[in-house]
Write a protein that binds this ligand. Sequence first.
Ligand SMILES: [Zn+2]
Length: 291
Amino acid sequence: MTATATEQWREVGDRVFARRHRAFDLNVGLVLGQGACLVVDTHGSEAQGRELAAAVRRVTADPWVVVDTHAHFDHCFGNAVFRPAKVWGHRRCAENMLAYAEAQRRLMAAAYRKHGRPAAADDLEATRIDPPEELVDDVVPLTVGGRPVQLRYLGRGHTDNDLVVAVADAAVLFAGDLVEQGAPPAFEDAFPLDWPATLDAMLELAEGPVVPGHGDVVDRDYVLAQRADIGRAADAGRSAYAEGRPVEAVLAEVPFPAPVARSALERAFRQLRGDPPYDPPEKLLRRAGIG
Ligand SMILES: [Zn+2]
């Protein structure tokens, strides 16, 4: 696919756009109001953020506000480019960025270098970490140029800081990585036992197009099916844990490829053991062989 084929804004509802990027197959959103706009996620570095900001400017000259759907670098490392605008995020998104963004940066820069992409590594290393300062706990109703837009936290799922963005007058929902298309959901930082209920809450808001964090725009039925798959992972984790069986014994009960199923089950076990949800950043770096 060429850049022009994939990186056009696509109007998914009345003056609501999604832009799918080759890098990480990431979706970014744009909501246009009268004299203001909202940018949903800022992509994975300052260079990617600048490219995105220029793409927004080809659509509108209006001032923007920004929302980060969660603290994973591919969604929020472009933030600094959009300043001095307000950046919204869940309270734990800001906390997580302060604690983990540097480790994310080092891990990803090392991965870029390993895969022969030194320029991407340089870009990431030059990126300023700029967490949201406008914080959401539960729900924040915004008005974007006269249009009501709700920022909602619906519970733990892909992370403990996922926001969804509901544009009611266009019936469009930005789901962040609570929903993923084109690849299985990512469980590395997930709460598999909570994720199905979080998607149940999302389903109550999903009337029209649902823009996942990655991949093609989907609908309510797609979310329902993904909810069922994640629910099966959670059930397999619960029963294996209760019966004292290892993760490997129930891999086949989880409808995802084995590495993803293993990750889902290990995260479910971690929840059931009551362990801290995230390892300290030093441990993540050590495990990756980065001192
Ligand atoms: Zn993510």
